[in-house]
Design a binder for this molecule. Structure first.
Ligand SMILES: CC(=O)N[C@@H](CCC[C@H](N)C(=O)O)C(=O)O
Length: 385
């Protein structure tokens, strides 16, 4: 029997209690394997790579494979929902809803473990979406090679959409991101003798200010971009000049061209500040697998048409989002579609208060089982651009 709604909710609550950060998802992997191994195994094969799990569902005609990916990591956030099934791991929370993603994947898998599909299906339970490009690492490890999908699907939960609604669009769904890590080193000293020191609070502040000109002056206003510097630390106390400054942030852009333009400007400004303040700069701009999530036109047209004609699905055409997703890497290698699943919450992704509505789970499973039932035939004649 495929997993029922009450069973899925129990599974989600258990996964919610054991969040782990990227590449440390050992308990999560164990819990997922336990659930997967309790399903009928007749046409399933299971493999692991680090904390990832791959499940291959053998179809009646094994010449084509559809991939379905979920991420499995949590965030370094202390949960404040007050829920009875809140995180039991101090300082860790499924604040991005990956517990919902995993549960929906298990629900879909449990259906196809019962009902053999026409094509193969590869379910990917992927680590480290938040911090270490787990999808890229997995792909590049070669662990997926034998079960490489011809096309691939994934979703992210969305607190702004009604619970269970499906959101999607042609083109770019998520931005490409790039982490900024800048360290300026000058010379510390007494507050009364600035001429004998080299103040990195002032250098860092210049960097922060000048960065604000990138989106306003360098990015085409018809396009878009974000540069957020979320962390600034320098100095220890008010009467000591700081000799070091650490600044961390993130770039967001809907095209790779704009992402690279912004990266180039961040580097030029950081180097300019270092030169004008005669200080040392250690700059790391790290994009990893966080490419823009660009939906394939063929798979997405079919996905949207399917969802729109299903009376039980509330389909919403969405605008692109500046959130990032390392699914951008997988979808740059394998044609496919990413979409949103509404979980309706007043709190945003990454909030310590985020409490997704669980009724979204079964709606997500039903919509995706239906779509994959449809797509298991269409994949044999699919042409990708
Ligand atoms: C959905 C979501 O919130 N994704 C993360 C992805 C992390 C991107 C990367 N580590 C960065 O900070 O640039 C996001 O922050 O959008």
């Amino acid at each position: 029997m495929a997993l029922s709604e009450p069973e899925l909710i129990q599974i989600r609550r258990k996964l919610h209690q054991i969040p782990e950060i990227g590449m440390e998802e050992f308990e999560t992997q164990k819990e997922l394997l336990k659930i997967i191994q309790a399903m009928p195994q007749d046409h399933l094969e299971v493999k692991t790579w680090k904390t990832a799990i791959m499940v291959h569902v053998l179809g009646t005609d094994g010449s084509k494979t559809i991939g379905y990916r979920t991420d499995i990591d949590g965030l370094p956030v202390t949960e404040a929902t007050g829920l009875p099934y809140a995180s039991q791991h101090p300082g860790r929370m499924h604040a991005c809803g990956h517990d919902i993603h995993m549960t929906v994947a298990l629900g879909i898998l449990s259906h196809f473990a019962e009902v053999k599909p026409a094509c193969n299906l590869t379910f990917i339970f992927q680590p480290a979406e938040e911090n270490a490009s787990g999808g890229k690492q997995l792909y590049e490890s070669g662990a997926l090679d034998a079960w490489m999908p011809d096309e691939i699907y994934a979703f992210h939960d969305n607190p702004q959409l009604p619970a269970g609604a499906i959101g999607c669009r042609q083109g770019t769904l998520f931005a490409g991101t790039c982490e900024i890590h800048a360290h300026f080193t000058g010379k510390s000293g007494h507050a009364a003798y600035p001429h004998q020191a080299n103040d990195m609070v002032v250098a860092g502040a210049q960097f922060v200010n000048q960065i604000q000109t990138i989106v306003s002056r360098n990015v085409d206003p018809i396009q878009s971009g974000v540069v957020t510097l979320g962390h600034f630390s320098a100095g220890t106390t008010g009467n000591v000049i700081a000799g070091e400054c650490q600044i961390d942030g993130t770039i967001r852009a809907l095209t790779q061209v704009n992402n690279q333009l912004i990266q180039k400007r961040v580097r030029a400004i950081a180097e300019g500040v270092a030169q004008s303040f005669a200080c040392e700069l250690d700059l790391d701009l790290h994009q990893g697998g966080y490419l823009p999530v660009e939906n394939n036109s063929q798979t997405t047209a079919d996905f949207i048409a399917y969802m729109q004609q299903k009376p039980e699905v509330e389909f919403i055409e969405t605008t692109p989002a500046m959130t990032g997703e390392d699914f951008g890497f997988l979808i740059s290698k394998i044609p496919g579609t990413m979409f949103w699943l509404g979980v309706e919450s007043p709190y945003s992704l990454h909030s310590e208060h985020l409490a997704p509505k669980e009724e979204a789970i079964m709606k997500g499973v039903t919509a995706m089982v239906g779509f994959l039932e449809h797509r298991q035939h269409a994949v044999f004649t699919a042409q990708y651009e």
